[in-house]
Design a protein around this ligand. Structure first.
Ligand SMILES: [Fe+2]
Length: 390
């Protein structure tokens, strides 16, 4: 395990205490950050693409890492024009190996789109202006479109100028609803808009389109309370189970311009799909699950959800185990059928004070792990991960 040696990590380490701002925290007497990359913590996810391993943070550049030693190699520059522009933490790699990503420049209301060839070479970068820019963490691709869900948590320049943290520079404006921004891959400068009921979203599992209808699944909360308030309370050791995220199934009718959403009665986060079906027809979504967790924060199970039928295959680790994101790995010798492979993931076993690593047969989660081990040390709970074959 290694921490990425970002500019912020080096500055904070040299000072012996945090001196640069973070997502929701401005340390007392924080140094001015001349650019987003001065506070880039490269801590949200990882992508392996075009022969490079990069750690990702949604406010700034991707950070290049050595896949063998985990040494930090510096910031990724896709093109001179886009040096230092944000490159978000949820890029989508399509079955042909091409990568799409976006970045939000909140202070200027800009949304940048990146299209990267399978080789790792930038094919196209475009930036458009978005009114009332939201906090956008994830997006989806289909065969022809990019889909953005814009929750009504809107950046307020005046708050940022007054010294609020990035998080506290956002205002909840439910009157905007959840705006859906749709871009055709060949017409990135020509947005189409749809509207859903107000809600907050971090993650989208996948999307696909069929006969003029785009279908997607996402993790939907009634409001941004978890993002704006509950996370801060958790940092102080307090937990109030007020709102739980559920799965929202969305349909966008391209002909009528109408959007529909249904919410499933379950609690979930960290949706993942088989990488072979990204942007293509799919039914199976893996996610962290919360089942009878009582007053414990977070998740304590994993599930495979059939978004067509609603059927679930669930494994519950236990009431006192905190489950992190689990990652699906296709079986290369398998049938090629969707979601045939393994599900890998870590979980913190609180009574035993151990970090578990489990491997499931992805088609039989309820049977429990086929292999489970204990990691040599307990790691800090994190956000996202990937599997890279050695
Ligand atoms: Fe995320």
């Amino acid at each position: 395990m290694r921490f990425g040696r970002t500019e912020k990590f080096l500055a904070d380490t040299a000072a012996g205490h945090p001196v640069r701002a973070a997502f929701g925290t401005n340390p007392p007497g924080a140094e001015a950050a001349p650019s987003p990359d001065a506070i880039n913590v490269a801590n949200t996810s990882v992508v392996s693409h075009g022969g490079e391993l990069m750690t990702l943070w949604e406010g700034g550049s991707a950070t290049r890492m050595d896949a063998q030693t985990l040494a930090t190699k510096g910031l990724k520059v896709w093109s001179p024009d886009y040096a230092g522009m944000p490159f978000s933490a949820h890029p989508k790699i399509e079955p042909d190996g091409s990568l799409w990503n976006f970045g939000v420049t909140s202070s200027q209301g800009l949304l940048s789109i990146y299209r990267v060839k399978a080789s790792g070479e930038l094919a196209q970068a475009v930036t458009i202006k978005v009114p009332e820019m939201s906090m956008v963490h994830d997006f989806a691709v289909t065969e022809q479109h990019l889909v953005f869900l814009l929750p009504p948590l809107v950046f307020d320049r005046a708050r940022a100028d007054a010294g609020e943290t990035f998080l506290d520079s956002h205002v909840w404006k439910p009157q905007l609803g959840m705006r859906v921004l749709l871009l055709h891959k060949d017409r990135l400068q020509a947005p189409r808009w749809f509207e859903l009921p107000a809600g907050f979203v971090f993650h989208i599992g996948n999307a696909c389109e069929d006969r003029g209808v785009i279908r997607l699944d996402h993790i939907c909360s009634p409001s941004a309370w978890n993002a704006t308030t509950a996370l801060k309370q958790l940092m102080k050791g307090q937990y109030e189970p007020r709102e739980h995220p559920s799965v929202g199934l969305v349909e966008l009718d391209l002909q009528s311009g109408r959007a529909r959403q249904s919410l499933l009665p379950l609690v979930a986060e960290f949706p993942r799909v088989d990488p072979r079906v990204v942007g293509r027809r799919y039914a199976q979504v893996f996610a962290a699950d919360r089942l009878d967790a009582g007053d414990r924060p977070g998740f304590n199970g994993v599930m495979r959800l059939d978004v067509g039928s609603g059927a679930r295959d669930v494994f519950r680790y236990g009431a006192d185990v905190m489950v992190e994101e689990h990652v699906f790995v296709p079986d290369p010798a398998g049938s090629g059928r969707e979601a045939v492979g393994w599900l890998l993931g870590t979980a913190l076993d609180l009574p035993r004070r151990q970090m578990l690593f489990s491997v499931f047969d992805a088609q039989h989660l309820a049977d429990g792990p086929i292999v489970q081990g204990v990691l040599p040390r307990v790691m800090p709970l994190g956000l996202h991960g990937i599997f890279v074959p050695a």
